[in-house]
Design a protein. Sequence first.
Length: 107
Amino acid sequence: MPQNYLFIGCNGSVSAIDPVTGSEVWRRTLSSGFFAATSAEDVCILEHEGRVFAGCNGHLFCLDGGSGEVVWHNELEGYGYNDVTMAMAGKCIQYVATVRVEQQDQS
């Protein structure tokens, strides 16, 4: 069972961070390869009862919250390779992008 870690998902990886020291406790790079979760993808994460669920590029992973070991991996066959939105036990995680548009100088 994990301690009170802060879990983050970034660039195809999931990490557990000690919220007191800011130190990384563990990091798991999600599987790589052609049409798989890759190191350049956004990761949505949801923690529930000691497990960390990570959705990335059309794949779903279940990680042990204490060690970061992969418990299972579902390729979500037939869903494509997009972001994964998750909901469980009253928690909902959805990736939302903000697009920044720069205006060009009209002079």
